[in-house]
Design a protein around this ligand. Sequence first.
Ligand code: NAX
Length: 329
Amino acid sequence: MKKPIRVAVTGAAGNIGYSLLFRIAAGDMFGPDQPVILQMLEITPALSALKGVAMELEDCAFPLLYDMVLTDDPNVAFRDANWALLVGAKPRGKGQERKDLIRDNGPIFVGQGRALNENAAADIRVVVVGNPANTNALIAMSNAPDIPNERFTAMTRLDHNRAINQVAKKAGVHVTDVQRIIIWGNHSATQVPDITHALVKGQPAPQVINDDEWVRNEFIPTVQQRGRAIIEARGHSSAASAANALIDHVRSWALGTPEGDWVSMAVPSHLGDYGIPEGVIFSYPVVCKDGNYEVVNGLEHPDWVKPLIERTAQELLEEREAIKDLLNP
Ligand code: NAX
């Protein structure tokens, strides 16, 4: 049997956790012959709910689920972890400003960054989902000085998958016919979904779609606002699709991207050559192989896209400014 992979999941009793854990245990993340150990972190008041989730996991009798750890201590959750999926965070309250959410959630990632630094396995890889995901990833990275910076990522794969779906619908093709979509920047309403370099059935997407008006005034805002539209329709924020995107993010990173395609991941900005200021976590196109990723560099932006990219970079700088006291000097 392969050695089990230790996967730490924070916020494990939350909505995304409930969709995520069962799929990891079923083999969707690392493949059908890779055993896993789930190391689940919750805040103390949610430990009882977490126990219920663990009971259900037991009742699935998953062949690949080797062991489980349930805890409210990040040092225990991250001990020898190979992967850390940082989902847990406080949701944005009604009418709450984004900058207040940053101040609420930022401190969580100071403690978790330190706990990762002290406890995780040498090959630890981190994905932050809890919002504001990019800036929380920056905080965790900064507080884990012994872990290479490029091991810290934030998830923009849900936005990427949403963009694929919009393009496939518009072009009247199946989602598997759409490649090389890009999400640039922040996982927020300033993100830049981009089809400039995308392919539809191997042909340049802008030519196939041939509707600039749609790209600028429908495609981009629809993807940017999709999270809000889900909340309006369902009464709750995206959970199953977020969990699915996290499965995709980790699977791509661990097992590689298909030849000729790429995915979007928010990674330390200095890894890209697009003139983004250093010291933020910025979503770029990446290709993955053998557990590593590389930013796809050297793509040209059309003139009208450049200010959009500057704006999302500017927002990340503002977020960094708002939590600069939480960064390790
Ligand atoms: P829930 O509120 O259902 O679950 C969050 C869980 O985290 C709760 O069980 C809570 O007890 C736990 N938690 C809070 N503080 C914690 C801490 N310090 N340590 C461990 N656990 C802690 O939210 P859910 O719908 O699961 O969403 C989780 C996060 O994902 C939110 O921040 C949300 O904004 C974010 N999202 C990010 C997305 C992305 O694409 N990057 C999309 C989906 C989602 O909106």
